[in-house]
Design a protein around this ligand. Sequence first.
Ligand SMILES: NC(=O)c1ccc[n+]([C@@H]2O[C@H](COP(=O)([O-])OP(=O)(O)OC[C@H]3O[C@@H](n4cnc5c(N)ncnc54)[C@H](OP(=O)(O)O)[C@@H]3O)[C@@H](O)[C@H]2O)c1
Length: 300
Amino acid sequence: MHILLTGGTGLIGRRLCRHWSLAGHRLTVLSRRPERVAALCGESVRGIAGFDELADEPLDAVVNLAGEPIAERPWTPRRKALLWDSRVRLTERLVEWLETRAQRPAVLISGSAVGWYGDAGERPLDESSAAAGEDFASELCLAWEQIAVEAEALGIRVVRLRTGLVLAPEGGFLKRMLPAFRAGLGGKLGSGRQWMPWVHIEDIVGLIDFLLHQPAASGPYNACAPQPVRNRDFTQALGQALHRPTLLGVPAFALRMLLGELAVLLLGGQRVHPKRLLEAGFVFRYNDFPAALADVLRHR
Ligand SMILES: NC(=O)c1ccc[n+]([C@@H]2O[C@H](COP(=O)([O-])OP(=O)(O)OC[C@H]3O[C@@H](n4cnc5c(N)ncnc54)[C@H](OP(=O)(O)O)[C@@H]3O)[C@@H](O)[C@H]2O)c1
């Protein structure tokens, strides 16, 4: 298969490239720095700076994961524009380009996040649930998915991945939290009751590969383990794994003062169930949060 990835140099993308290179697929990665793609994604992976470089080379699948990191800085108007352009506009350009092609890929697997649902509190969510929130992250995911769905009119099967927090040794949110927890400065955020859907990096790679190979798979899929944890349980598990106290919580008002609108990502939550993946027969390797955490920490 020839697979085009956007965001292929990222946390999930690099793992996918490794997995699919070993499986013998031909990979192309769209990147702002195509000269770094081979070093990051593997020697055999080709980097391109624009879709047109592929001209009319046959393409079997597109995996669309590009996006400016959402939780790294407060959402100033400039930051919001960057977050929007790097997902919604880029996906728009991708769909426009697919429309111009004589030969089109069979499938587009496109990124989204559990933030699509907004802050849903205690309400159990599956893929048939409505979006609850009106925060920026939810609006962003709604627009991102809406553009991707437009590829269906081109005869392309479109899968939308509502990803939870990815647990990986080499990056992502865990890597950002570890220094504070290691220093004994970790603690729950706000009430600590908010749900945190999570997924082990091996499972996200496994489920994307699974959805690629399921001809009947289309529409939204919650890409997170069957058992989300509350923030306080996440905090306790991480403290225990590192043998550190976790008594220093951060009150909600302080997070709101410090981070502004972005605080909704930390204080809000989604009690998400991966109903459609389980119904399709996908088996998660990591269901239990402390076991997944122990595995990831072992590989750091
Ligand atoms: N990791 C998670 O916990 C998680 C959870 C939910 C949803 N997601 C979503 O899943 C996708 C992949 O996640 P990830 O963790 O692998 O992401 P990541 O490590 O942050 O990588 C994203 C990639 O997007 C590209 N990118 C970044 N800023 C860009 C910009 N301004 N314009 C164009 N491209 C840009 C970069 O590729 P180049 O530098 O090569 O251009 C980067 O490698 C993201 O869109 C993310 O929002 C991730």
